[in-house]
Write a protein that binds this ligand. Structure first.
Ligand SMILES: Nc1nc2c(c(=O)[nH]1)N[C@H]1C(S)=C(S)[C@@H](COP(=O)(O)OP(=O)(O)OC[C@H]3O[C@@H](n4cnc5c(=O)[nH]c(N)nc54)[C@H](O)[C@@H]3O)O[C@H]1N2
Ligand SMILES: Nc1nc2c(c(=O)[nH]1)N[C@H]1C(S)=C(S)[C@@H](COP(=O)(O)OP(=O)(O)OC[C@H]3O[C@@H](n4cnc5c(=O)[nH]c(N)nc54)[C@H](O)[C@@H]3O)O[C@H]1N2
Ligand code: SF4
Ligand SMILES: [Mo]
Length: 672
């Protein structure tokens, strides 16, 4: 057997890189980028190249055994126990909660640890069968955008096919920062594009610097900016009247909004110079043009309205349904290929309707003694990533709340758990992976035995189901059966072994041209500019040209998007990455810094009614005035300050999808 094995990266990342593993006899393998893979081209991102070759294969760093809490919650005093003991305790606690308060008193939360399909979905079968309450996963990330584009286009998960870039003249990247969040897409896809690139971002990111045109609006003003662009597009004669007539509904209801949104108005309310608005409209209007809306964009108080408004650009210019056009938010490739998520997650196993709460409600709801008795966190680390960290910690400490956490490392969430269950990493079991950018699936291949006594996510829940004496067959389906079924559903008519050898496979050799028949999955089958559904939800019938007023005196807007060195909050425990990325920084514009007597390395505190956190100032003119930036991804327990930006995140929900509006956070700033 060759000592090289192909696998794929299952992180929550647009790139979905191919990986080549050089097997070593000592069991500590070399993890490299697959040179034959169209994204990785022989190179992993800096963070994975370090962490996969270090902490992810380190017995000192990984959780190796089930643990039972000895000291107070948060103290990290644990005792090693066997799987049988751990699962017996978990099972007893779940049964007690069901007997006294019903199954919905078990609350589970999960998200983006691994996105490999079995690891990501299979445990939900257990919780659905049980009748547990679920923290609605996307509400921490992208639910507002999904709701918005579902109303407008009838679909938010099947966007342009990146392979059609050759036919485009311009790409508009709006509120995404692939230089951090999708480094390979940034280098090999966007970076090699020969047409014009426009970036809309309050931060002058590396992607913005490389673009032909950068519009730098104040945060939360994008709907107004979209309308100003529409005004210019219409003036330039770049509206596609025939397309509007045939395939959209309710155009006449926004014509007045468009008329009044002239570029001077746009400049006044967004901070983007009118000349730049005109220049961007000219480039986009020439077409064919592609639109990429990022996930950071919609984490605003009015993020849903922002997405609906920006979606009008392709709709009114007819940049849809032809090569080199289209709009993209997320391509949920497995769903597009036909993989049945209801089956994967066991949505039909529930005997009563599932109760959902938003991530924005989690901290508060955990304080409800009568509602939740067991909290089970798996594949996620809410004590770093969730809002209202003070309240969350306080409520997790409740004596009458039993907490279970499953992770591959001793995260802050694990520290607060009564029982910790060690999970295996993607190097230790077979699965399918996918990209939410490119239209391909990949094989995740087992290259090591699970570290210590750790178990793959699915196996943990098969064992727990057995302990609970559940007997439904789908709770015990083997990984290989799930993988085989998924491949069949996706039309990959060859063996998993073959996929492992190939590494990855496009779900179709032909490029996708979504909406080429111009029929949309909305009630009217048209693009619903005016939406009765929206109205019924208490939202405006049509997108609104809203903008936010600049922050008040003494206040700053805080943005905390994806960091270069971390994957969400993962890798924060990796010593090398800690060294490379340095202390947690707060980027501040030089003119703001001078006024407050702040220089590089000054220790500052940002605070609001929700909490406070100390950070190290970094003077940086890539951020706009009155806006602060601190990239997400720190574990409070490994920070000297004991905090992270989510101590000031107030959990306000956005206008749609019960979703996060973390980028609407306002703080005051003082020197310590
Ligand atoms: N301030 C601020 N906060 C944010 C955001 C922001 O923009 N600003 N963004 C939000 C967004 S977009 C997201 S998606 C969330 C993400 O939030 P989380 O889902 O909490 O993401 P991670 O912090 O990476 O946590 C995933 C955990 O899963 C673990 N893990 C990895 N593989 C496995 C596995 O196979 N099994 C198990 N059991 N565990 C595994 C990792 O070790 C890690 O601890 O954060 C949100 N938080
Ligand atoms: N390295 C790395 N890669 C990641 C992640 C990570 O943590 N680290 N996280 C993964 C996950 S879970 C996700 S969801 C994606 C997120 O990746 P992206 O989709 O790129 O989204 P973000 O990085 O959250 O934010 C992108 C940009 O939105 C901008 N933004 C914020 N507010 C506004 C606004 O009001 N208007 C406009 N126009 N722009 C605004 C921010 O300044 C930021 O530069 O990345 C994934 N990839
Ligand atoms: S996290 Fe993203 S960029 Fe890094 S190796 Fe994985 S897929 Fe590639
Ligand atoms: Mo996310």
């Amino acid at each position: 057997m060759s000592n090289l094995v192909k696998t794929n990266c299952p992180r929550d990342c647009y790139d979905a890189c191919g990986i080549l593993v050089e097997l070593r006899d000592n069991g500590k393998h070399r993890i490299l980028g697959d040179p034959d893979h169209p994204m990785s081209r022989g190179k992993l991102c800096s963070k994975c190249a370090i962490a996969y070759n270090d902490s992810w294969q380190s017995d000192q760093q990984r959780l190796l055994h089930p643990l039972r809490r000895l000291g107070p919650k948060g103290s990290q005093e644990f005792q090693r126990v066997s799987w049988d003991e751990a699962l017996t305790i978990v099972c007893d606690q779940i049964k007690t909660a069901i007997n006294t308060h019903g199954p919905s008193s078990v609350l589970h939360t999960h998200y983006s640890g691994t996105l490999s399909l079995t690891g990501y979905t299979f445990p939900s079968r257990f919780f659905n069968y049980l009748g547990a309450t679920e923290v609605d996963p996307d509400t921490i990330c992208n639910a507002a955008g999904h709701s918005a584009w579902s109303l407008l286009f009838g679909n938010s998960i099947c966007g342009f096919d990146p392979r059609t870039i050759k036919s485009a003249n311009s790409i508009l990247v709006w509120g995404a920062n692939p230089s951090h969040s999708a480094p390979h897409v940034n280098e090999h896809w966007l970076g090699q594009f020969s047409g014009s690139t426009i970036v809309v971002d309050p931060i002058r990111t590396q992607t913005a610097i490389a673009a032909d045109l950068h519009l730098q609006p104040r945060p939360g003003c994008d709907a107004a900016l979209a309308f100003a662009l529409l005004h210019c597009l219409q003036s330039n004669g770049d509206f596609d009247e025939k397309y509007i007539q045939s395939y959209t509904l309710g155009f006449e209801e926004i014509t007045e909004h468009i008329r009044q949104a002239n570029p001077i108005w746009g400049e006044k309310h967004t901070g983007v110079p009118s000349e730049k608005i005109k220049a961007a409209a000219k480039i986009y209007g020439e077409g064919p043009s592609m639109l990429w809306c990022g996930q950071g964009l919609q984490r605003q108080a009015t993020g849903g309205n922002i997405m609906r408004s920006i979606g009008l650009l392709p709709a009114l210019t007819g940049n849809i349904g032809k090569p080199g056009t289209g709009y993209y938010y997320l391509n949920i490739t497995p769903a597009i290929a036909g993989i049945d998520f209801d089956w994967l997650q066991g949505n039909d196993l529930a005997s009563t309707e599932k109760q959902l709460i938003s991530h924005m409600e989690l901290a508060e709801e955990l304080g409800d003694k009568d509602r939740f008795k067991v909290f089970f966190s798996w594949n996620t680390n809410p004590l770093a990533s969730a809002p209202e960290q003070n309240k969350l910690r306080e409520n997790l400490k409740r004596d009458d709340l039993f907490v279970i956490a499953s992770d591959i490392f001793m995260t802050d969430t694990c520290r607060y758990a009564d029982i910790v269950l060690p999970a295996s990493s993607f190097l230790e079991y077979d699965d399918l992976t996918f990209s939410y950018f490119n239209y391909y699936l990949g094989a995740q291949s087992k290259v090591s035995e699970p570290r210590g006594e750790s178990l793959p996510n699915a196996e943990i829940f098969r064992r727990l189901a057995k302990k609970m004496n559940f007997d439904h067959a789908s709770l015990f389906e083997s990984d290989s059966s799930v993988i085989q079924c998924m491949m069949k559903q996706a039309g990959l008519n060859f063996s998993f072994k073959e996929l492992q050898l190939r590494g990855y496979e496009y779900i179709s050799n032909d490029v996708f041209i979504p909406n080429s028949n111009h029929t949309f999955d909305t009630p009217s089958q048209k693009i619903e500019i005016a939406s009765e559904q929206a109205q019924a939800m208490g939202l405006p019938r049509v997108p609104q040209p809203w903008f936010e007023a600049p922050v008040g005196k003494g206040k700053f807007r805080l943005l905390s998007p994806a960091s270069y060195w971390r994957m969400n909050d993962s890798y924060s425990n990796d010593k090398n990455i800690q060294k490379r990325s340095g202390e947690a920084k707060l980027l501040i514009h030089p003119d703001d810094a001078i006024k407050l007597d702040i220089t590089d390395k000054t220790i500052v505190e940002i605070s609001n009614a929700t909490g406070a956190v100390r950070l190290t100032a970094c003077i940086d003119d890539t951020v706009p005035l009155k806006t602060l930036v601190s990239y997400k991804g720190r574990w409070p327990s490994v920070e000297p300050s004991g905090g992270n930006v989510n101590f000031v995140h107030a959990a306000n929900i956005s206008d749609m999808g019960n979703s996060s509006s973390v980028h609407s956070t306002e703080v005051t700033l003082r020197v310590i």
